[in-house]
Design a protein around this ligand. Structure first.
Ligand SMILES: NC(=O)c1ccc[n+]([C@@H]2O[C@H](COP(=O)([O-])OP(=O)(O)OC[C@H]3O[C@@H](n4cnc5c(N)ncnc54)[C@H](OP(=O)(O)O)[C@@H]3O)[C@@H](O)[C@H]2O)c1
Length: 251
């Protein structure tokens, strides 16, 4: 791939594993220097940075919990030591509680909302002052934002809030030349799916119903993020781009 994003800088949250790791790799492949945010996965983050540096990119691993204001302040203080500006922010990190809504508590609600939705605002508030025109903010969401999925109630609600916030930020930041979009992935067999008691059924259902399937990879999702970063995507703003091989439109 040509260096279509040469000289650009990116921050990817939750980049040590899964889809975030594939996004960081894809952006680096396209020419970006990358700040690799992690929370627990220090070794994986450092090994990814080693890989990106071997590609000739600058890469720095930065620990932070994305839903916590002080922690996000520290993330950006650290980022500023390596990068004087930020062109691309990918809010990918997510966490949550898989339980029936009838068993959920306020603590569960706050954890899902703060980590999965509020984080985007925390990150955007700190990124935008150092983001030039042409900048991109991309948030990772899921079909659970618009469909009721067993045990996914609070995470789904947080993803719905996230998509709504994407639209608001797109409106607020549009005049600055910054585009804000969401990417909604179908079922990707990352570590997160191991926590779903219905994992096998989810994957089987995806295999059956995705016309472009049978498997959706982290690289497929990273490709969509990459597309939104291109100059040609300049008029795509406030959109949720579904990357699921046609799963959601299949009866
Ligand atoms: N997998 C799917 O089928 C699927 C489908 C649709 C949408 N998505 C979305 O795609 C994104 C990535 O999913 P994934 O499947 O790749 O997840 P994953 O493999 O479970 O990885 C989750 C990532 O989030 C990070 N993280 C969790 N809590 C964090 C916190 N408080 N602060 C900072 N980082 C935190 C983790 O970092 P550490 O390991 O460093 O703690 C990890 O890198 C998520 O937004 C998810 O909702 C996934």
């Amino acid at each position: 791939m040509a260096d279509t994003l040469a000289g650009k800088t990116a921050l990817v949250t939750g980049a040590a594993r899964g889809i975030g790791r594939a996004i960081a790799r894809r952006l680096a492949l396209a020419g970006c220097d990358v700040a690799v945010n992690y929370y627990n996965s220090h070794d994986e983050a450092e090994s990814l940075c080693g890989e990106l540096r071997a590609m000739g990119r600058r890469a720095v691993a930065i620990k932070a919990s994305v839903g916590v204001p002080d922690s996000v302040d520290e993330l950006f203080a650290e980022l500023r030591k390596s990068f004087d500006h930020l062109d691309i922010l990918v809010s990918n990190a997510a966490s949550g509680v898989l339980k029936p809504a009838m068993e959920m508590s306020l603590k569960h609600w706050r954890w899902c909302m703060e980590t999965n939705a509020f984080a985007l605002n925390l990150l955007a508030q700190r990124a935008v002052p150092i983001m030039p025109a042409g900048g991109r903010i991309i948030a990772m969401t899921s079909i659970g934002s618009v469909r009721a999925m067993p045990l996914y109630g609070f995470i789904g609600a947080s993803k719905a809030a996230l998509e709504s916030l994407v639209r608001t930020l797109a409106q607020e930041l549009g005049p600055r030349g910054i585009r804000v979009n969401a990417v909604s992935a179908g079922a990707v067999d990352t570590d997160s799916l191991q926590f779903f008691p219905n994992r096998d059924r989810l994957i089987a259902s995806f295999r059956e119903r995705s016309p472009a399937g049978p498997v959706l990879t982290p690289e497929d999702v990273a490709g969509a993020v990459y597309l939104l970063c291109l100059a040609e995507a300049n008029m795509i703003n406030g959109h949720t781009l579904v990357v699921d091989g046609g799963f959601a439109i299949s009866g």
